[in-house]
Design a protein around this ligand. Structure first.
Ligand code: PLP
Length: 470
């Protein structure tokens, strides 16, 4: 029996308990609750043995794909393995029991951790100081944009209400700008997948608050004209915002501060060791250059951010040290280039270039379409990967290509894992060329096949619908 075929309530048998205790005569203590607060009936709880509960939830947990169960090449997400020692440190009772309203003199050690990670991130990024309040990358973007807005307002420069965002940007960039009340101006990519400096120049006037850029950008490509872009934007009175969610491959090698950026966020839950996904706790600290330090106090959330994530990041940085932090970035780029070069004869590579941590294919070279038979799409490839035990890469993003497949292996995977993945991707390409119907029907081996993702997102069913027989 697969325990997830049933609800835990359906496993219930009246009178069954999880454990038995010897009667030692101890009565415990009775509480005298006001009658109004007492239940009229006992709560409906499943009555199951301990082993049933353990199997049920363990099986359920295995329906989910995680980086602890397999390779997870989800582009733009940096799904790397995170050392378990950081989990252990974050679970220490002295940290778990902290309260955000505790008086400062009771927590000098915590203060030291915040100061220490501030110094480390400043050294890594070339920024002056960070705020740790933002709880996600997008939250950091909003914080950074508010800082940019406050800066212009403080100078009486009230016309600057527009922000430039490249067409390759992560979707959160324009969304955060809109939430901040800024008008979005798009700048196009050139044939090399980089921001087109000639398209940028005419956009720069005295209504521009700044530009948001990701480097390496969402195609995994280093924006090599960044110094020229920084000079142009600064000359026009704007500021440069760095979306540092893609910082993983650059850590220890290049610093946003040296590229000319004024304000940035990092995704600690991507680059610095916190398991993420499914909306779990995140941290998007925002760093600023010297002249923006006075604006670092913009109020975006109470307290000091997700301390557990910050703590993991600090432990990770200290554990690796300067040399190994740097090695991580280099290995991430090496792994991505290795996969790209090993597959580009069977998957279309729209931009031929050395990539950083990730790259984008544009569908299959031979999708098997013939005699009115539909060829295999990127969605089909992604679904077929599930049959082979892999999490699918990011698909249909970025929007620059119709059949985008975005692969990011990260530095934590061995060459053997990468080789197996390459072999499976080649096998899928061969299946598509021979008989795309195998792919149209995939996945064949998972508990559910192809749910209607839009309906599932719009009308999630989160609790039992029918009365169950318990
Ligand atoms: C993940 C990501 C973000 C958003 O981060 P969240 O923590 O998911 O809000 C922004 N930009 C880029 C490039 C990203 O990869």
């Amino acid at each position: 029996m697969r325990y997830y075929d049933k609800l835990v309530f359906e496993l219930s048998k009246s009178g069954r308990t999880g454990y038995s205790l010897a009667d030692n005569g101890c009565k415990g203590y009775e509480m005298n609750l006001p009658a109004a607060l007492e239940r009229a009936e006992a709560p409906m709880l499943p009555e199951v043995s301990e082993v049933d509960v353990v199997r049920h939830y363990t099986n359920l947990s295995q329906m989910n794909f995680g980086v602890d169960t397999g390779f997870y090449p989800l582009g733009s997400c940096t799904m790397k393995y995170n050392p378990k020692i950081n989990e252990e440190i974050a679970s220490m009772p002295a940290f778990l029991g902290l309260h955000p309203l505790q008086a400062e003199y009771t927590v000098p050690g915590v203060k030291e951790i915040y100061e220490g990670i501030d110094r480390s991130l400043a050294a890594i990024t070339g920024m002056e100081h960070f705020t740790f309040k933002p709880c996600a990358g997008a939250h950091g973007e909003l914080t950074g944009l508010m800082i940019i807005r406050e800066y212009h307002i403080s100078r009486g420069d009230l016309k600057r209400t527009r922000i430039i965002v490249p067409d390759s940007a992560h979707g959160t960039n324009p969304a955060s700008a809109a939430v901040c009340g800024l008008e979005i101006v798009e700048v196009k990519s050139n044939a090399d997948g980089l921001v087109d400096v000639n398209d940028l120049k005419p956009l720069l006037d005295d209504t521009i608050a700044g530009i948001m850029m990701t480097n390496p950008n969402t195609l995994g490509l280093f924006e090599k004209d960044i110094r020229e872009i920084a000079d142009l934007v600064h000359a026009a009175g704007g500021l440069l915002y760095y979306d540092g969610a893609n910082m993983n491959p650059l850590i220890g090698t290049v610093r946003p501060g040296d590229m000319g950026f004024d304000v940035m966020h990092l995704n600690l839950h991507k680059s610095f060791s916190t398991p993420h996904g499914g909306g779990g706790p995140g941290s998007g600290p925002v760093g600023v250059c010297h002249k923006l330090v006075p604006f670092l106090g913009v109020n975006v959330s109470g307290f000091h951010g997700n301390f557990g994530v910050i703590l993991r990041a600090y432990a990770y940085i200290l554990m690796l040290g300067r040399q190994n932090v740097r090695l991580c970035g280099k290995l991430a780029a090496l792994g991505a280039n290795y996969i790209k070069e090993s597959l580009k004869d069977v998957y279309k590579l729209p931009i031929e270039s050395v990539c950083k941590h990730e790259f984008v294919f544009d569908g299959l070279v031979n999708d098997g379409a013939r005699d009115g038979k539909e060829g295999a799409t990127t969605l089909d490839v992604a679904k077929r990967l599930l049959d082979y035990g892999y999490h699918a890469p990011t698909i249909y993003f970025p929007l620059l290509f119709h059949q985008a497949i975005m692969i990011e292996p990260t530095e934590t995977e061995s060459k053997e894992t990468l080789d197996e993945f390459i072999e499976v991707m080649r096998r899928i390409a061969a299946e598509a060329a021979e008989n795309p119907d195998i792919l149209h029907g995939a996945p064949h081996n998972t508990p559910i096949g192809r749910p209607d993702e839009t309906a599932a997102a719009r009308n999630p069913i989160l609790k039992i619908q029918d009365e169950c027989a318990c």
